[in-house]
Design a protein around this ligand. Structure first.
Ligand code: MG
Length: 380
């Protein structure tokens, strides 16, 4: 039995991870759970999975939980998360919480040789170089949960395959694939949240509509698999059945296919390199009749290119882009700005940015903080 710790247990990936763990309960035990504010759901999870440790954001919630669950150790705040991330009783840390706190936690786990199943985007986008260097130094595996990176790992069969030439990352194209820029101008929050294939959190769903998400995934793939940006391609695949593919030097392409369910990449990350029974598909061919592959439209979705460019430049630019985008998306979700204002805000921050090459972690976090402050000073 392996002990599993989930950071972000009440979120979309966290709850699905618990569903997977339940199915393969002979392999895993829920050791610790961590969430920010969804205490009602956390209480249900404590009652059901009986973790030894939990961690919440506030001291008040910690006190209340301690009174209710006498046998559970309760930590709180970012110090609590770090303590949890270093806890040697954990065999696998699932990093499914958003934000900087996850970056520090992942680094702490790496330094303590605790295998990381990574769903948090910021870790590799903001601090990919630092994180991968540490992972190498401490020989700690980082297994991606994201469906595209999971597909690539499955096609590469290892982290360093000398015969692999290019990575092809598929994108559904989001809800606005067939709309013009003119139409996109007036799209509402409801339109943007109407993702055709995947059910995910709100922020990432908007990132799929702008294709920022795909740019961020290119940056992650660059760090995870040590591929040059020129050898990572984006291809639109509206059916979301092929989750990515790898091109080999002899002209072969290996693709990973599956129904669009996060259960598959989550289970793969937890068990890697083993496999276990999972989603059952009954029909003769569960993938429909047609699979399309289209070129990405960089003009219609300029943030895709900007994100990849920020990755190429490196330094603190990916952190600035990530922060600017996140703040802009929250403004859009709060109906303070229009859909296309997201890209306006992000472009502005990148154009004004002063890059720092080989930044320290503190410099990266500072860039994140300052960018967010600047954007929140702008009145819509
Ligand atoms: Mg993805």
């Amino acid at each position: 039995m392996e002990n599993i710790t989930i950071l972000g247990s009440t979120g979309s990936i966290g709850t699905q991870t618990l569903e997977v763990v339940e199915k393969i309960s002979n392999e895993f035990r829920v050791y610790a759970l961590c969430c920010r504010k969804n205490i009602d759901l956390l209480k249900k999870q404590i009652a059901k999975y009986k973790p030894e440790v939990v961690c919440v954001e506030s001291f008040e919630d910690k006190k209340a939980l301690e009174n209710e669950f006498r046998n559970t150790k309760v930590l709180f705040g970012s110090e609590g998360i770090l303590e949890l991330a270093k806890d040697k009783k954990t065999d696998i840390l699932v990093a499914a919480t958003s934000g900087i706190v996850a970056v520090r936690a992942v680094i702490a786990a790496i330094e303590n040789n605790i295998k990381v199943a990574l769903a948090n985007k910021e870790t590799l986008v903001m601090a990919g170089e630092i994180v991968m260097k540490k992972a190498k130094q401490f020989n700690t595996p980082i297994i991606p949960i994201d469906s595209e990176h999971s597909a690539i790992l499955q096609c590469l069969n290892t982290f360093n395959n000398p015969y692999a030439k290019r990575l092809w990352i598929t994108a559904s194209g989001g809800p606005f694939l067939n709309n013009t820029r003119e139409e996109m101008k007036n799209f509402s929050v409801t339109d943007a949240l109407n993702h055709p294939r995947w059910s995910m959190g709100k922020k990432i769903t908007v990132d799929c509509a702008t294709l920022v998400n795909k740019g961020l995934e290119v940056i992650e793939a660059h760090h995870l698999y040590n591929f040059n940006y020129d050898n990572i391609k984006v291809v639109i695949h509206p059916q979301s059945i092929v989750h990515s593919f790898v091109e080999y030097i002899d002209g072969s392409f290996l693709a990973q296919m599956g129904v669009p369910s996060m259960h598959i990449p989550i289970q793969y990350a937890l068990l890697y390199p083993k496999r276990f029974e999972g989603i059952k598909t009954n029909s003769f061919c569960p993938f429909g009749k047609t699979l399309e592959f289209l070129e990405a439209d960089f003009e219609k979705f300029p943030l895709l290119n900007l994100t990849i460019e920020a990755g190429k430049q490196g330094g603190i630019l990916p952190a600035i882009l990530n922060a600017a985008n996140e703040e802009a998306v929250y403004k859009f979700l709060n109906k303070e700005i229009k859909f296309l204002d997201i890209e306006k805000i992000v472009f502005e921050q990148i154009e004004k940015a002063q890059n720092i090459i080989n930044p320290t972690l503190d410099e990266i976090f500072e860039a994140d903080k300052i960018t967010r402050q600047k954007i929140n000073l702008i009145k819509a």
